[in-house]
Write a protein of this length. Structure first.
Length: 361
């Protein structure tokens, strides 16, 4: 099989060695006589996989002891509801940085629970920039501040995070978690869909400070309450077993690759290749994002005309580079450079960009 280069925004590319391991174990898991996805989630075999993934995530990401790690379903989209339902009510307020398409969705759901104060609104700039972190100050009485670490659709990323003091800082880190080192202690809660850098779709990670669990709304139904999952080690109900198993293999791959320092270096190299192709094209390509906040995970760019974009995307697909069209809401082109995309993929895309500009400039 000839592998293509997968630039999709998610589900994203996975390490080939992980896919091969899954292939080898999917029918019969390590002599059990059945697949791991058929095994009880209460079995000792699954318990080992489940707990090992938590231990490895804590080690790789440097998660302090004062935090719980939860494995949930529903994607980050469910978190858009769970966060306000747990920590907000109709008589209280939270703060939010409206940085792009995903922050906008989080805001929409939070507004159905309580009041949302917008600390920064990037819509007038078409979500092309972020605020200075030092200027983000919580409103009086705010229950929490919500930010989106990396806007997958709009291609911008926080390079430094705001300090919100005693007010809990909650971050949607779906599209850049484990792409670089982060000081977890800066946050009261981190949540992320796993389908970008960690594994297949179906798993959502929640890293939550233990004291925040005491603030959860006790009147919620069981699944929606974070305390339920923390008390039960994320085994209140049947967890997304296959996704957790696969994520565990990806975490082991990250460790074998040299951890986050090695991953970060490779991700920076990939992003630099594409941004250099844009910046040296004499305007043939343009990135609409403020250079200070350009995403290392999702590089968005436009060509001079939509006709040229269509032609470029057809050639790229014919050359085995898939997933490059921009999100349907914004158009253009987008190269998602998640952890498992080889450097060679970025090299081939950058070369195609240069060749195409030369032929059509």
């Amino acid at each position: 099989m000839k592998r293509v280069f997968n630039f999709y925004a998610g589900p994203s590319t996975l390490p080939v060695s992980v896919l091969e391991k899954i292939r080898d174990e999917i029918v019969e898991f390590r002599g059990l006589g059945l697949s791991i996805i058929e095994t009880s989630h209460r079995s000792s075999e699954y318990e080992e996989i489940h707990n090992r993934a938590i231990v490895d995530l804590r080690e790789i990401f440097g998660i302090p002891d004062g935090y719980e790690v939860l494995f949930l379903g529903g994607g980050a989209t469910l978190q858009f509801s769970m966060v306000p339902l747990n920590f907000l009510d109709s008589s209280s307020s939270c703060d939010l940085v409206l940085s792009g398409s995903w922050a906008k969705k989080a805001m929409s759901d939070a507004k159905k629970v309580g009041k949302v104060n917008v600390l920064f609104d990037g819509s007038a700039q078409k979500f092309s920039t972020l605020p200075n972190p030092a200027e983000i100050k919580p409103s009086a009485g705010s229950r929490y501040v919500h930010i989106t670490s990396n806007e997958t659709i709009d291609g911008l990323q926080w390079q430094q995070y705001p300090d919100t003091g005693a007010v809990p800082l909650i971050v949607d880190m779906s599209s850049d978690i484990l792409s670089r080192p982060v000081d977890v202690s800066r946050f009261a809660m981190i949540y992320a869909g796993a389908q970008k850098n960690i594994g297949p779709a179906g798993l959502t990670l929640v890293i939550i400070r233990k004291d925040l669990l005491e603030r959860c709304n006790p009147n919620l139904t069981a699944y929606l309450n974070y305390k339920t999952h923390a008390t039960g080690n994320s085994l209140y109900n049947t967890p997304p077993v296959f996704s957790i198993y696969a994520a565990g293999l990806v975490l082991q791959w990250i460790k074998n690759e040299g951890g986050l320092p090695a991953v970060t270096e490779r991700n920076r190299k990939k992003a630099s290749l594409i941004y250099d192709a844009i910046d040296t094209s004499d305007g043939f390509y343009r990135c609409p994002v403020d250079r200070v906040y350009r995403s290392m995970m999702n590089v968005v760019f436009r060509l001079k005309t939509e006709a040229l974009e269509e032609q470029f995307l057809k050639i790229a697909e014919a050359k085995g580079m898939l997933g490059l069209p921009g999100h349907r809401s914004v158009g253009g082109c987008r190269a998602s450079l998640y952890n498992a995309l080889p450097v060679e993929g970025a090299q081939e895309l950058a070369q195609l960009m240069k060749d195409f500009a030369k032929a059509n400039g």
